[in-house]
Design a protein around this ligand. Sequence first.
Ligand code: ADP
Length: 540
Amino acid sequence: MRGLMMEYQLTVPSILRRAETLFGKKEIVSCLPDKTIHRYTYSDFAKRSKKLAVALYELGIREGDRVATLSWNHYQHLEVYFAVPSIGAVVHPLNIRFSPDDLSYIINEAEDKILIVDQVLLPLFEKFKSLVSVSKVIVIPQTQELIPKEYLNYEIVVASGDESLFQPFEGDEYAAAFMCYTSGTTGKPKGILYSHRSILLHAMSSLLGCCDIGITERDVVLPVVPMFHASAWGFPFNCTLVGATQVFPGPHLDAGSLLHLFQTEKVTLTGGVPTVMLSILNKLDSDPHKYKLFLRIIMVGGSAVPRFLVKSFDERYGIKVLHTWGMTEISPLGSSSITTSKLANASKEEQYDHAMKQGMPVPLVEIRGRNEFGFIPWDGVTMGELEVRGPWVASSYYRDTEPSTKFTPDGWLRTGDIVVITEDGFIEIKDRSKDVIKSGGEWISSVALENALMGHPSVLEAAVIAVPNEKWMERPFAYVVPKEGKTISFDDLKEFLADKFAKFWIPEGYAIIEAIPKTSVGKFQKSALREKYNKEHVSV
Ligand code: ADP
């Protein structure tokens, strides 16, 4: 017997409809490239998104077509996010930090029909323009300079759309709505296709109070995470669904500009990778009374959060750092390090320890871990590779020609993350499978060593890699960036680690470096460090 509920399709235009109907007067704020502030309402946003949708249809975009963006975080990008899926097409934000070669490869593989590009990013587009064959280029005007004649002006395109002709997509909720390439930290970028349904369910999940994120209409949300990185972790969708005020920083991602926006717009929730939040902490610490902040949560994910970041924000500024884990393949939210009732009477230090874990899977995401002996017990000790499944987890890659090793025969995604799982179902990532250090048959977690090193008062950043060793196969080697004006001795570092780890975990080799190389989304790029090491033959 079938249930008798309506067959209501979960689609992106339903988010737009809700925002327009209920939150018309709420604001969307953007810091533009020239640093002026643009404000308008959800009502203006919905109207313009619908006009854009109609105009794109008139330019030949049909269901399933891909429309790429090369844009910072701002209101026009948000309009594209909603206009394109609203006509059943697929919005495809490009990572502006990719090389021109990668960008042209991705655009050609995705077969993007139209490219919408920020005027300030035209110089980047010019670098690969001759290598791609998009049918039209639409430029978002941002400077006094004239837009070259061969391109369309975004504002003129929007103005040309007749809102009364808007017909929202009401087809199959499983249809593709959003395309995103992985940032390629450990290999060539691969395309992931989010569906209308997966976007809706992911948005609902991240709004749940039980994930400790719980965004509401009262929140003012500033996504530092770029809209080209896993749909800015879903913020544009979940914020629009609940009518939260949205604040976009545009290209101004330095700590000073962000802190200024946090203060002037009374931002209550922000999210980004740990490296960005570290720079914000350092800026705050340099003049702790300069800014008045209203933040209740800083959501951090993308790589492991250093313990001192959680502790410092809490102790010095009363702000909770919420540790989350995810992947582009998982839309991206997989787990969050929630505070359970078990921690009700825990000391602050215990709570900081707990925050190091990547957390409990969010509702509808299922987890298991596996090593060479089978599924790992949930004992918080046994390590294995994390496997996941759920309604917003990719089932395959776009145009994946080789048989993929990323999926198990029974359809779970192999994350490549080496974890332990506690008896309460909390995930703790020990490493990426490519980064874990295998020393004399034992696994050493580079993440744990990095975290500890970054807790040293003179260390700004630290990354630990595996280097070859005749006797032990591999040994840990640490690259360390001192804080400004500080010097570091290796003996001091060794001593600092000595009481925290088993002896064989302690790196014997260290090198001082000016900055840890970062990936296009701000993670430590260990492949670059491995190359550096190999080139320089630093002996351990
Ligand atoms: P890329 O795979 O190119 O880095 P993603 O942003 O999709 O792009 O990265 C997903 C990976 O990032 C995860 O598999 C995991 O290794 C890492 N990651 C994400 N969040 C965390 C976290 N909180 N702690 C440790 N690692 C994380």
